[in-house]
Design a protein around this ligand. Structure first.
Ligand SMILES: NC(=O)c1ccc[n+]([C@@H]2O[C@H](COP(=O)([O-])OP(=O)(O)OC[C@H]3O[C@@H](n4cnc5c(N)ncnc54)[C@H](O)[C@@H]3O)[C@@H](O)[C@H]2O)c1
Length: 253
């Protein structure tokens, strides 16, 4: 196998691919030979991303619209890889925010996965869902954390249902990634990179795209139902604890 062309002859559909991690994933899978369906609720951004890729088409796809998901995904001739990536922005009203996160972040991925499953069963394909470290600890928004945590559970239960059909289902929980969703907060990203992240920087969309490509590829042929943290060591190393301890021990000394 040519390791640089792991997706030759395969078709990949990415949701929310008009920006950030989704766009980087589209570029990565295309570079490895995939025919990429660049989908986004914002069709213009999907077109812009697809225009730069060798073998890609752009499609408007709102993951919250069950009927449209069934039409677009169900109507495909074949599919080998589904990447559930769309990011539903936060809103101030708490009730509305809960509804949007549960409907968009959680049910959006459920709709797309269910629509894709028959195709993936026919091709021996794979699902990769983008979660977040927010699924595992408190970094702010309750609804987003709950929806992302529920996605982890869905990844495991869907993996069980899909495994007999030769379909693998995995999730990636990224730490902070410098994407347009952080626009205007460059100082915050720099401070987080320097002080919160053991590897000294926040992540790039390409860091996540590389992990998606791995989990979607035959290199991960015996991996299913797992959640891979891609977070520069954030969750494994408690920088805050160390800083408090060092400071307190200096005072004790
Ligand atoms: N950036 C981070 O720090 C970070 C950290 C952890 C996890 N994530 C996750 O990574 C994924 C991508 O985030 P990003 O930072 O690249 O976001 P982004 O804002 O750069 O891009 C998200 C895309 O999703 C699209 N979108 C919004 N609602 C949609 C809908 N209903 N249907 C289809 N598309 C829709 C937007 O139009 C946009 O193009 C998300 O699942 C997010 O939760 C991001």
């Amino acid at each position: 196998m040519d390791l640089t062309k792991r997706f030759e002859g395969r078709t990949a559909l990415i949701t929310g691919a008009g920006s950030g991690i989704g766009a980087a994933t589209a570029r990565r899978l295309a570079a490895e030979g995939a025919r990429v369906l660049v989908t986004d609720v914002d069709e213009e951004s999907a077109r812009t991303v697809a225009a730069d890729l060798p073998n890609a088409t752009a499609h408007r796809l709102d993951v919250t619209d069950r009927q449209s998901v069934d039409e677009v995904i169900g109507g495909l001739p074949a599919l080998h890889v589904l990447v559930n990536n769309a990011f539903v922005p936060f809103v101030d009203d708490p009730d509305d925010n809960w509804r949007r996160q549960l409907h968009g972040t959680l049910l959006g991925a459920v709709h797309c996965s269910r629509a894709a499953l028959p195709h993936l069963a026919a091709t021996g394909g794979a699902v990769v869902t983008i979660g977040s470290v927010n699924a595992e600890a408190d970094f702010g928004d309750h609804a987003y954390s709950a929806a992302k945590a529920a996605l982890g559970s869905y990844t495991r239960t869907l993996a069980g249902e899909a495994a007999p059909h030769g379909v693998r289902v995995n999730q990636i929980n990224p730490g902070t990634i410098a994407t347009p969703s952080w626009a205007g907060r460059e100082q915050a990203l720099a401070a987080l990179g320097a002080r919160a992240y053991p590897l000294g920087r926040v992540g790039t969309p390409d860091d996540i795209a590389a992990a998606v490509a791995f989990l979607a590829s035959p290199d991960a042929a015996w991996i299913t139902g797992t959640t891979l943290r891609v977070d520069g060591g954030l969750m494994a190393v408690n920088r805050h604890f160390r800083e408090i301890l060092d400071e307190a021990e200096a005072e004790d000394a």
